[in-house]
Design a protein around this ligand. Structure first.
Ligand code: URA
Length: 422
């Protein structure tokens, strides 16, 4: 077998066997296949696609490229987001479902590009530890139903190496490559009931609904092969989620949401994802699960679980810092907000220092943007649109206002939850 023959075969849109895919993944991991050869193959896959069977085989090979965890818990669920702007959902959802008896043993990532990462956000809580040993991790889940850390152990090393190459070769948006990347990691971390928040829109990896449906179908199909329950919730990411963008600001919004005082779109998403996680894991009807989620959101049991969880990981919830400088941006127009470009807002937040361009960049956890309004709201001239919370790095009023468009006609609020595929 030889990599040039495999690249040739894919170029002719022929199907690669599991042996050939295995040869590629192993060879790339051990260095016998070079970056430029792998990038040629990834580019062909990006352009020509893979069959479902090839994708399932690739997932299996990636999954077994490193350690596979079996935490040994029943009633365990996981949630994954394909990444968005202002997406602090996990920080609300994880303690909320844990307060209902669902075990959440979650590994999360750091932010890259215009989207943030849960691990960075949690580190804005003074003292919060995002790494621990596997034994400590298991014990914490056993004791309080929830632990959340960065990547642990040697899970799916193939994805780590291939994803880094995809990131710099414009092949991140390939549907079969996304499906095998996400599902190999979820399966390797021992997730049994998996809810995926698949973001669709300008601020998301997938901006096209048809492609998002294909990706969701594929991930559900992969899950079934491994006897896992998978539900993909397609959600709108044309505008940021909630009102706060930036690490510590998002944690503060998550806390407000667990106290029943969060933005309505975030609350709605948390209730839907929570109902799915609880019903799939505890085998109860979805409506009953939804009622339980709402109950624990409003009786503060979810918040109490968050306090418990933050304390268990060494954090001080009273100590979340935000930058000292605030610049209020006022609207220059009067009318209904027609759009707030999530991608551009994400980039501006990164420009303030809240995000990274490359994975080694230092970030400022205290800065970000707090919006006052969402799409569909009416604003008057000179009404404050947002506050920019900053340190040394600034953005201009023009840059911020260029993310908005307005209409004199009434604008309907966009539908947040587009579909659920399972
Ligand atoms: N998230 C992942 O983990 N992998 C991808 O390929 C895309 C998003």
């Amino acid at each position: 077998m030889d990599i040039l023959d495999i690249i040739d075969k894919k170029e002719k849109v022929e199907i690669l066997s599991k042996e050939e895919l295995n040869y590629v993944v192993k060879g790339y991991l051990d260095g016998t296949i070079k970056d430029y050869q792998m990038s040629a193959l990834l580019t062909e896959i990006d352009l020509l696609g893979l069959t479902d069977e090839e994708t399932i085989n690739l997932t299996d090979i990636m999954l077994h490229s490193g350690e596979v965890l079996d935490l040994g818990f029943e009633n365990i669920a996981d949630k994954h987001s394909t990444g968005g702007v202002g997406d602090k959902t996990t920080i609300v959802l994880a303690p909320l479902v844990a307060s209902l008896g669902v075990k959440v043993a979650k590994m999360s990532g750091r932010g890259l590009g215009h989207t943030g990462g849960t691990i960075d956000k949690l580190e804005s809580i003074e003292g919060f530890k995002t790494s621990m040993s596997l034994d400590e991790f298991k014990k914490q889940v056993e004791d309080i139903n929830i632990a959340l850390v960065g990547q642990m152990g040697n899970l799916v090393p193939a994805d780590k190496k291939i994803y880094a190459l995809r990131d710099v070769t414009g092949t991140v948006d390939s549907i079969p490559l996304i499906a095998s990347s996400i599902m190999s990691k979820k399966l390797a971390s021992g997730a049994q009931n998996i809810v995926i928040d698949l973001k669709v829109g300008s601020g998301a990896l997938v901006d096209n609904l048809e492609e998002a449906r294909k990706l969701a179908d594929l991930m559900v199909k992969i899950g079934k092969k491994y006897n896992r329950k998978v539900a993909c919730v397609l959600t709108n990411m044309d505008e940021p989620l909630g009102l706060s963008i930036g690490n510590s600001l998002e944690v503060l919004e998550a806390i407000d949401t667990l106290n029943g005082k969060g933005p309505k779109d975030l609350e709605k998403l948390v209730i839907k994802l929570g109902a799915l996680m609880v019903s799939m894991t505890l085998n109860i009807d979805e409506k009953e699960a939804e009622n339980k989620v709402i109950e624990n959101l409003y009786n503060h049991k979810g918040y109490e679980k968050m306090l418990n969880w933050v304390k268990a990981q060494g954090g001080d919830i009273k100590n979340i810092k935000i930058a000292k400088n605030t610049k209020v941006i006022k609207s220059k127009e009067e009318g209904y907000i027609k759009s707030i470009n999530a991608l551009e807002i994400g980039k501006l937040s990164r420009k303030l220092g809240a995000g990274r361009l490359t994975k080694d960049d230092e970030i400022d956890l205290t800065v970000g943007i707090v919006l006052n309004h969402k799409v569909g709201d009416y604003v008057s001239k000179d009404e404050p649109l947002a506050a920019i919370i900053y340190n040394e790095k600034e953005i201009t009023e023009e840059e911020f206002l260029s993310c908005y468009s307005f209409s004199k006609e009434k604008i309907e609020k966009p539908k947040l939850i587009i579909d659920i595929i399972r």
